[in-house]
Design a protein around this ligand. Sequence first.
Ligand SMILES: NC(=O)c1ccc[n+]([C@@H]2O[C@H](COP(=O)([O-])OP(=O)(O)OC[C@H]3O[C@@H](n4cnc5c(N)ncnc54)[C@H](OP(=O)(O)O)[C@@H]3O)[C@@H](O)[C@H]2O)c1
Length: 343
Amino acid sequence: MRAVVAREVGEPGDVLTVRRVPVPEPGPGQVLVRVDAAPVHAGDLHVIRGRYGYAPPFPAVPGLECAGTVAAFGPGAGDGEDGEDGEDGLRLGQRVTTVGVTGTWQEFVVADAAQVLPVPDSLSVSTAAQLIVSPLTAWLLVTGLGLGPGDWLVQTAAGSTVGQLVLDLSRRLGFRTVNVVRRRAAVDRIRALGGTEVVCTEDEDLPERLAQLTAAHPMSKAIDCVAGRVGADVLRALAPGGELVVYGALSTHRQTDPAMLGIPVPADAIIFGGRSMRGFFLSRWFATTPPQVARRELGEVIALVEKSAMTVPEGQAIPVERVLKAVRLAEAPGHGGKPLLVF
Ligand SMILES: NC(=O)c1ccc[n+]([C@@H]2O[C@H](COP(=O)([O-])OP(=O)(O)OC[C@H]3O[C@@H](n4cnc5c(N)ncnc54)[C@H](OP(=O)(O)O)[C@@H]3O)[C@@H](O)[C@H]2O)c1
């Protein structure tokens, strides 16, 4: 089978190769999933560059999620004898996605049965391949801040997949949004998705415009995945006591120096204004959340996607052999839909 392998930590263009490797065997309680599509997330590129929240042993197969079908059961994962249909509605040929399984950029991946979730029939391969990471992150960011009718949320990189899903939730839950984007061309899309205010850093001074907006409507909640100066400007604009949740560091994307991953936090905003900043990391959320709670939240998110209350932007299918093209696209400004490696 084909697998994308990162030889070692480094720039993706230098260290990624597509190799032929044996199909893995599912062990006891495990499921073999034939992967149809796997997204290229910003987090994957952080892993390859060696500055993510976990580091796999290298050589490593990147990939945080996928859409596929059940290809085989390991001993004990099926109802009866090996290879038979399994528990939790899993059957051979069932469309599934994986949760918390790393190494999805390969034709077959092995997962514990508990990490394999059925995918509703109505969902496209593109949506199924992106069903967990972005929608669940958007959901947990919004619910974690307790956003409801009348609230304001400031968000950066509003045109990202997560940002667009947050906008879906804003329409559903009735909160208003200030959306920071870096390109003029992204503004109309954000408005079409129901963004209340859009700040375009290509045309506007961010601190100045945020100061105007927050003078009119004091805002105390923000989410940021850009970090650096942008994250600091957003924190400073919040009302006293306000809270910024940092969940990404896109402005430092190509840096491999951990020292560059900082946010120049204004001490006066924290000391005198009582503003605070905390992080969010989905893997940590899974590691610290009781499994039944995680299942419930996942169920809510999948139901919202199934009834189109959250719409995952359509990805762009790219054959796995062209993984370097997919990586370049993932980092290109205005790349649109997320690159999906297809097998
Ligand atoms: N903490 C977690 O557990 C977690 C989970 C999921 C995602 N994330 C993070 O969420 C962020 C968004 O991910 P995604 O998959 O939704 O993104 P995506 O769909 O790939 O889109 C990336 C977006 O970020 C914008 N962007 C890229 N570099 C930027 C920069 N230097 N300054 C300002 N904007 C920039 C792009 O703007 P253009 O349209 O102008 O190119 C685009 O709108 C990433 O940082 C990712 O790591 C974190």
